[in-house]
Design a protein around this ligand. Structure first.
Ligand code: PLP
Length: 383
């Protein structure tokens, strides 16, 4: 740990633990201690750690072909893009592949500007879309943005879940609205039906595009394959990443017919669509579908949320979420509770200062969620 700390730029507030192994919803540290993992690679491990199907696919592909830049066609990529298009229950029929969530957002912003020939992007308060300059310009927290200003011009923010202010912010210069269906980093806030449906309708009315950021909500997390399926809307651009490839870095943007084809060379990525990540993604998608992970997230998520509500501690302000994307907002700082959970063998994240964030792999067992609830209840009872 000391070696790693000495060579780091200090960008991450690291926990005092060195994780060396994982299996399903468990992680082990270098001392051999086992943890129930409710961080889930910040939402990138829906299929569970060291998933054997994904691991086998990676090994096979690594021995066959790891790189085929998009100047060439590739057999595995061809299967994956078709698979992604079939997976979404919307008219999103073309795919751009990249390597992370922020790259997916960055690409979507560029595609929206290029398709509409308009400059402006509307985002929401408390949004988190990533750390590269475009995605960062759509991100809310001043602490993330201000050290890097000037950012990209043309971005405005409207209060999340405020349909009236959103409608007032869209005009004939708006290229797109970018929105998380459930805000993750911003504190686990689901959109209201009214807000997301009004947003989609208003965007249409003004010729603007709807970019949904499903980087954290995608691939079963919220109890549907994609969170937008909870409402009567369809995005024009769907950004995904995190769990798409079972833990291997990958991102994607799926687009509908409102996005034209672009001139060759106008955007691209060296590693985007590499056969290794594509093979991992195909195995991960097979697993998510065959194990019905979205349904599992819906059932277990409801059970977990209800059990957390039953704790009924005066220290809890609110329990909220969708599927297995759950936040427990406290009346006090979350940090000390995360440390005590860790001491008790449970790893969880925060979402802002006062929210405990639970994003377990969707393969987690009910008994392990019950253990998390029991331990948290005990901690909240302590003076
Ligand atoms: N969008 C959302 C909703 C996210 O939660 C994240 C990461 O947490 C990102 C974008 C950025 O993804 P990445 O860290 O892969 O760049």
């Amino acid at each position: 740990m000391r070696q790693e700390a000495r060579r780091s730029l200090g960008l991450y507030a690291k926990r005092n633990v060195c994780i060396v192994r994982g299996e399903g919803a468990y992680l082990w540290d270098s001392e051999g201690r086992r943890y129930i993992d409710c961080v889930g690679g910040i939402g990138s491990m829906n299929v569970g750690h060291a998933n054997p199907f994904v691991a086998d696919a990676i090994c096979r592909q690594a021995r066959t072909l790891m790189s085929a830049p998009e100047m060439f066609y590739n057999d595995v990529r061809a299967v994956l893009v078709e698979r992604l298009v079939q997976l979404v229950s919307a008219d999103l029929d073309r795919v751009f592949l990249c390597n992370s969530g922020t790259e997916a957002i960055e690409a979507a912003i560029k595609f929206a500007r290029m398709a509409t020939h308009r400059p402006n992007i509307v985002a929401t308060t408390h949004a988190f879309h990533g750390r590269t300059m475009g995605a960062l310009s759509a991100t809310w927290k001043a602490q993330y943005r201000e050290p890097f200003e000037p950012l990209v011009p043309g971005f405005t923010r409207v209060p999340f879940n405020d349909s009236e202010q959103l409608a007032a912010a869209i005009d004939d210069q708006t290229a797109a609205i970018v929105l998380e269906p459930v805000q993750g980093q911003g504190g686990i806030h689901p959109v209201t039906r009214e807000f997301i449906e009004t947003t989609a309708a208003t965007a249409r009315q003004h010729g603007a595009l709807l970019i949904l950021d499903e980087v954290q909500t995608g691939f079963g997390r919220t109890g549907k394959m994609f969170a937008f399926e909870h409402w009567a809307i369809e995005p024009d651009l769907l950004c995904v990443a995190k769990s798409i490839a079972g833990g291997v870095p990958m991102g994607a943007v799926l687009v509908n017919a409102r996005i034209e084809s672009f001139p060759a060379g106008s955007h691209g990525s060296t590693f985007g669509g590499n056969p290794l990540a594509c093979a991992a993604a195909l195995a991960a998608l097979d697993f998510i579908e065959s194990q019905r992970l979205p349904e599992r997230a819906a059932t277990l998520g409801e059970h977990f949320q209800n059990a957390l509500r039953e704790i009924a501690s005066p220290r809890i302000r609110e329990v909220r979420g969708l599927g297995l994307m759950i936040g427990v907002e406290l009346h006090e700082k979350a940090g000390p509770y995360l440390s005590r959970l860790q001491e008790a063998g449970i790893l969880a994240a925060n979402a802002g200062e006062e929210v405990l964030r639970f994003l377990p792999p969707l393969v987690i067992e009910r008994e392990d969620l019950d253990r998390v609830v029991a331990v948290l209840a005990e901690l909240l009872r302590m003076p």
